[in-house]
Design a protein around this ligand. Structure first.
Ligand code: MN
Length: 240
């Protein structure tokens, strides 16, 4: 079976990849995906390509077992199971970003939650979730390279918007590509600010209601940030 990639999601997903690279959230590794709009058991993700180099022809449909459904000869990402199992577990999630953005790592390895230090990161709510791969898989290469490990990660994520992965990175989820890109960028910003503020004294985080209100407010402003991030990319060819 070959499933056509929905044309209207290809360019936004290519742009999401390029933006995340331009903003320093991903490097050679990391990935962004979006759920298929009419086939809820399918998601779109690039084949195994550095996010900054992802092109239209790289975008591929996958099922929740990580099988390629599109006409795609290139190999898939090893960690596509992160996306697959989160979409399976969370019907509300429409887009996912996985990265190793550096400021988040200290929180992941010390089991400290990211919490919202300002209105831009209200989506963090009462704090990020934490995933310990050793509990699920013993000693591994740290990658989520199977459905089994993906399902364990999805369980750790629970209802949160962000899960920190010990010794590895983080994964954020959202209800749209624009929102999840925003969240990935501001998870990294929040981590930097939270680390810096900790050295000065006790932090007053946004409380749950402040976090929800500011998150809702920011969701109405997403196109403003997105258009700036796209403009920063300059004149780019999405086919190469
Ligand atoms: Mn990874």
């Amino acid at each position: 079976m070959s499933l056509a990639v929905p044309a209207d999601l290809v360019d936004p997903l290519v742009l999401a990849n390029r933006i995340l690279y331009d903003q320093g959230v991903v490097d050679g590794l990391g990935h962004a995906s979006v759920r298929h709009p009419t086939e809820p058991g399918v998601f779109l993700l690039s084949c195994n390509r550095a996010p900054g180099l992802v092109r239209r022809q790289d975008i591929t449909c996958y099922d929740f077992d990580g099988n390629t459904l599109s006409d795609q000869k290139e190999r898939p990402y090893l960690e596509r199971f992160i996306h697959a199992e989160i979409y399976r577990e969370r019907p509300d999630v429409m887009a996912v970003v996985h990265s190793h953005s550096p400021s988040v790592i200290p929180f992941a390895i010390t089991h400290n939650a990211l919490k919202p230090v300002f209105h831009m990161s209200g989506f963090l709510g009462e704090g990020s979730a934490h995933f310990e791969i050793r509990e699920a898989g013993g000693n591994t290469d740290m990658l989520i390279s199977s459905s089994y490990l993906g399902a364990a990660l999805a369980r750790s994520l629970g209802r949160h918007s962000c899960v920190l992965m010990r010794g590895h990175g983080s994964t954020v989820v959202g209800t749209s590509l624009q929102q999840v890109v925003y969240r990935a960028i501001y998870a990294e910003v929040n981590a930097k600010l939270q680390l810096g503020a900790q050295a000065l004294g006790e932090i007053t985080f946004l409380n749950a209601e402040e976090a929800q209100l500011s998150s809702d407010m920011n969701d109405g402003q997403l196109p403003r940030s997105w258009s700036l991030w796209v403009r920063r990319l300059g004149e780019i060819d999405l086919d190469r």
